[in-house]
Design a protein around this ligand. Sequence first.
Ligand SMILES: *Cc1c(COP(=O)(O)O)cnc(C)c1O
Length: 377
Amino acid sequence: MRIPMIDLQRQYAHMKADVDARIEECLRSQHWILGPQVSELEERIAAYLGSKFCIATSSGTEALVIGMRALSLARQGRDYWGDGDEIVTVPFTFAATADTIVRSGARPVFVDIERESFSIDLSKLAACLAARPRVRALVPVHLYGRPADMTGIAELARRHGVAVVEDAAQAFGAVSAGRRCASIGDLGALSFFPTKNLGAFGDAGMIVTDDPELARISRDLTKHGGRDKYDVSQIGYNARMDTLQAAILLARLAYVEDFNARRRRIAAAYRAQLSSLAGLSLPGGDEGHVYNQFTVRVADGRRSALQAHLAGKGIASTVYYPKCLHRMKAFQERAVVWEECPEALRAADEVLSLPIEPLLSDGEIAEVGEAVRSFFQ
Ligand SMILES: *Cc1c(COP(=O)(O)O)cnc(C)c1O
């Protein structure tokens, strides 16, 4: 595609000198596991988020499963959830949000999303929590980089005595109620998958918490389950972040604020060009959104026609996500659906994400907007 969803080569060219210098530092030291770059990155991100502890991991998925197991160890002294323990999340997200619930021993309970925000519907969540006493934790997802309503979620969590694990994989830098996403719940999980707002050159992630006990347990679990890997106390993981990825992330971290601002500028340009087209809905322009995706909704079953129209002009577009988790085989017998999830199903039929490469030129942004307009006019 002439205009791709994201252009990692363009990004690399933009920051090559900084990234190369950091990589060379690793090549000279040959310190590949838990090198000084890993703790430097943990400290820098903790400072950026305003949180007490960050634990670097091998991926966002491992950050989620380790965070949920750390909660079970800290709150009930058991290394896995079990015996009917439930963890609530949404069915309109990436599979890792819920497969990690299963891997932590709990049963996922899917609660529908709200049409406008794509995040968990608070009134349905309230009803679910009132009816299901075995719920132990909530996993809100800041989908597309748009912060979920953490004030409302924290309030319900407090009332029902359940923990909150933020899936902030798509929301590095996003702000909800004055705080950075991932630093608000009991725990937060970040992903540095290459297409996320802060991306590595491979897989990487991070656990974020203010709780020293959750931090200590999480760190042990990333290293086989013990402070001493030759004498482990839990069944853990080999889930450390590579020194090389930490080094690359340190270089890229310096650009993330500028890139998030560019994403917001692209979103504002699209919004100006695409408002008031019949059959197209635009994402809300809430503050604190970092636009990992700019996701529109296309009504009346015209989504694939719009995609083909854009592709014909060399413009990429992607459906995140075409299938809800509660319709996937992996979750069919392992999850519970709270009532029904009509909004999630409808979103899966209607959403379409447009290119939001931070380094798109003004001309390219206008071209995407014009191509979408020409479909609806
Ligand atoms: C990317 C992503 C994850 C998983 O992160 P990885 O680093 O790819 O393991 C989890 N949840 C959501 C919502 C994601 O977008």
